[in-house]
Design a protein around this ligand. Structure first.
Ligand SMILES: [Zn+2]
Length: 495
């Protein structure tokens, strides 16, 4: 998943500075030189010191993130916060709760020191969303480890210019997309900077102008040779699908959860150009590998959607729901999925949709902005979102006689990625490739009930529940198919 990212720079403020340089005294914004040290895999904690300079005259506001992508009370992990002058004289702090602190440093600089305790247990699905330190690896995200500082009157929306030093535990390596000069990282945007510390195996691949680095920690019940070529193949396929223009460093991490879990589970996030994927296998290595493939293909498409776009508003129904479907398309194009598996995945989303109590009340567009407010909204965005992506793709293949797919709509959006996009642009692009006014009105903007069997009948598909399907409802190809239907279904996946 990718959490709803809001543009952090206030464009209006920036414009005001640009149009009136003569009257605006541009003050240097506060900057941070931080050092993460004493990273303890046993205590699952780290000590952080930052020297802050160019502090405002008067009160300084210091803000630790407290909430991220539906995870609350993150600032509770900050312990023993001390702020002192550069000559080590403690400064009085006003602690306002939820990670908000005020202090006054008359010299314009201060030293901030605190301990981050990261042992708190989360819902397994949430583990990848926040920094963690486990026995085998640490995933350090600057967005939740470092504070933001600004003047009292501001709200610290803009990341501070930050440099970072890391003292990794003995014989742990470091992987990141951040630039390093003589052991010091210069963070372009600390809301996206991620550092992976572990004893990992790695491989690099050039995909067009993208330098992809894949780092794997932990022992798995499948081979490393099932991981490295897979990540590279997904990167190539998706770059081709979208006509990628991306360049520079990209990183994919696979690592165990920081604490023991039972059952097959994964949790992942894509921050900027880093995919963090935590996996907990079960005893079935084939099932584990299939699960991993689906999740990896989903996460890696977030390099593009939404991370390569300028986002105006939340349209998670598209960037999550449609990305879920693109993962399926990617694996099918790589011959890693049969048509049966493809159709089973679509039917799985349909069954989840039928169980969703909000399906008649909330449209995809309405459910998106507050997907974290209720499990039903969240589920609708992902599951109905993917179902509608499948219906769109099938209909587009049908109308175009298999000459076009959903990938063409996303490619067209990406071709214009320099403009800001929101629902209007996405719906405009989806509507351009054929006659989709009903699908957009009923399935995306509206709440009209979807009858899958009825919708897929023209394409030569049916839902069958019989002893032959072990009495489970399955989406499958009809026994008699005309040429156009055959062409459509064989364009989807291995028949
Ligand atoms: Zn996602």
């Amino acid at each position: 998943m990718t959490p709803g990212l809001k543009p952090l720079i206030q464009i209006s403020v920036l414009l005001a500075l640009l149009v009136s340089p003569a009257v605006c005294q541009i003050r240097q914004s506060p900057s941070l030189d931080c050092h993460i040290l004493e990273i303890s895999p046993t205590n699952r904690s780290a000590t952080i010191t930052c020297s802050a300079t160019h502090l405002p005259t008067g009160k300084t506001r210091l803000q630790f993130v407290d909430q991220f992508a539906g995870v609350d009370q993150l600032s509770d992990r900050v312990h023993a916060l001390k702020i002192s002058t550069s000559t080590n004289v403690p400064l009085p702090l006003e602690l306002r709760g939820n990670g908000l602190v005020f202090f006054t440093a008359n010299s314009g600089s201060a030293t901030i020191r605190y301990e981050m305790r990261l042992a708190r247990a989360f819902d397994p699905a949430q583990h990848a969303l926040v920094s963690s330190i486990g026995p085998d690896a640490a995933v350090l995200m600057m967005a939740d480890l470092l504070p933001r500082i600004c003047s009292e009157a501001e709200s610290c929306e803009t990341p501070n210019p930050t440099t970072l030093k890391l003292s990794a535990p003995n014989d742990w390596q470091i992987a990141t997309t951040e630039r390093q000069r003589s052991g010091v990282y210069e963070l372009a945007d600390n809301s996206k900077a991620v550092f992976f510390l572990a004893r990992f195996r790695e491989r690099t691949a050039n995909v067009g102008n993208m330098n992809l680095r894949i780092a794997v920690a932990g022992q798995w019940n499948f081979r490393d040779e099932d991981i490295f070529p897979l990540a590279e193949a997904i990167a190539r396929e998706q770059a081709a699908m979208i006509a990628s223009r991306e360049q520079g460093e990209f990183l994919v991490l696979l690592t165990p959860f920081p604490q023991p879990l039972t059952g097959l589970r994964s949790s992942a996030v894509t921050l900027g150009r880093t995919v963090v994927l935590l996996l907990n296998p079960n005893n079935d290595s084939i099932q584990t590998l299939k699960h991993f493939r689906r999740h990896l293909a989903h996460e890696m498409f977030h390099f593009y959607l939404p991370n390569a776009f300028r986002i105006r508003e939340n349209f998670d129904w598209f960037w999550e729901g449609f990305t879920r479907y693109v993962a399926l398309m990617t694996l099918a194009r790589l011959n890693l999925l049969t048509l049966d598996e493809y159709l089973d995945a679509i039917n799985g989303e349909y069954e989840a949709y039928l169980f969703n109590p909000q399906r008649g009340q909330l449209s995809l567009i309405q459910a998106s902005p507050d997907k974290f407010s209720s499990p039903a909204s969240y589920d609708l965005v992902y599951r109905k979102g993917m179902l509608v992506a499948a219906l769109y793709d099938l209909e587009l293949r049908w109308q175009s006689r298999s000459k076009r797919t959903l990938a063409d709509a996303i490619k067209a959006l990406y071709a214009n990625a320099e403009r800001e996009i929101g629902n209007r642009e996405v719906l405009g692009e989806l509507g351009k490739l054929g006659d989709f006014s009903r699908l957009i009105r009923d399935d995306i903007e509206g709440t009209r009930e979807i009858d899958l069997a009825e919708r897929v009948k023209p394409y030569g598909l049916k839902i069958e529940q019989s002893p032959a399907t072990r009495n489970r409802a399955r989406l499958m190809a009809a026994s008699k198919l005309n040429e156009r239907q055959k062409a459509l279904l064989s364009s989807l996946a291995r028949f």
